[in-house]
Design a binder for this molecule. Structure first.
Ligand SMILES: Nc1ncnc2c1ncn2[C@@H]1O[C@H](COP(=O)(O)OP(=O)(O)O)[C@@H](O)[C@H]1O
Ligand SMILES: [Mg+2]
Length: 283
């Protein structure tokens, strides 16, 4: 297993913020948030590493790797769990899918279809919920920002991220299913914190990001109602900007690029860029 030596930034001892993009519900904007804000930060000079964990491998695809499993030379997160390489050895540069050029400052650990078997893989391990907590120190000091992109459930991958991360970002749409996913996530955080609070893990959500909202009632009052409920329930941790429904997001998915790279002036890209700024990830 070989990676370009230039792939991994040096450990300069810098402070690394580990953000966890999550919601127990699928299709809630987790990968869109992670890719958009991560690219925006990298474009502003921050060293960023994505750590996506979904068997669907969407974020790997948005970083120029269409099918990481098909190339045996490419390390994946699953190889790290298999002990084939360390987490830092598995870091690869993100690529612009269109030009195939390396995107400066942006890195990732590739996903694998085999992440589906994570539960079984770690079944025999002591304190297996701490799997990511044990690995993450390898990346700290090298990056300004690590963004963990969770799958759409709160099983072992997500639990590991909730324990290991520094800030929990609940991504939701202004729709019932995704908003409910957020409530379930909060309950789960409370439950996990009871056992793992001593690790220093967060005991609640740090941010709520509302994606795919609408700007006026004619597009559907129910969206505005749910957004209102979310803002009331979560108060100041809700990102000021609601990311509106924007066709550039699915277009960017088709082009296999973060929306902030694909169309930086698109409404959704501008909103995500502002959200990253509100989170003080960059100026
Ligand atoms: N602001 C938006 N406008 C339009 N479509 C969006 C927007 N945000 C997300 N989507 C679409 O919603 C789907 C799910 O988003 P995604 O970020 O992949 O969710 P998750 O990672 O939580 O499963 C994608 O097909 C994406 O194109
Ligand atoms: Mg996703």
């Amino acid at each position: 297993m070989t990676t370009a030596p230039s792939a991994l930034p040096e450990d300069t001892g810098r402070k690394t913020r580990v953000l966890v993009s999550t919601n127990g519900s699928a299709g809630s904007g987790k990968t869109t948030f992670a890719s958009a804000v991560g690219y925006a930060a990298a474009a502003r000079g921050k060293k960023v590493c994505f750590l996506p964990m979904d068997k669907q491998r969407d974020l790997s695809r948005l970083c120029g790797y269409d099918d990481p499993d098909s190339d045996e030379d490419l390390p994946t997160l699953y190889d790290v769990l298999d002990g084939i390489c360390s987490l830092s050895e598995a870091v690869v540069p993100a690529l612009n899918s269109k030009t195939k050029e390396v995107i400066p400052n942006l890195h990732l650990v590739l996903e694998s279809r085999k992440l589906e078997h994570l539960e079984y893989k770690l079944a025999g391990e002591t304190a297996r919920e701490l799997w990511l907590f044990r690995l993450l120190p390898e990346l700290r000091g090298r990056f300004d920002i690590v963004i963990v992109d969770c799958p759409g459930d709160v099983k072992l991958a997500t639990i590991g991220a909730l324990i290991a991360g520094d800030e929990i970002i609940g991504c939701t749409k202004s729709q019932e299913k995704e908003a409910r996913g957020l409530t379930e996530l909060e309950d789960k955080i409370t439950e996990i914190h009871r056992s793992y609070g001593h690790t220093g893990m967060r005991d609640s959500l740090d941010w709520v990001v509302i994606g795919e909202g609408v700007s006026n009632a004619s597009q559907g009052k129910v969206y505005l109602d749910i957004e209102g409920q979310l803002r009331e329930a979560y108060g100041s941790i809700v990102a000021k900007e609601t990311v509106s429904d924007d066709v550039k997001v699915p277009e960017a998915y088709t082009a296999a690029q973060p929306v902030t790279l694909y169309s930086p002036k698109a409404r959704a890209a501008v909103a995500y860029t502002k959200i990253g700024r509100q989170m003080k990830l960059y100026r």
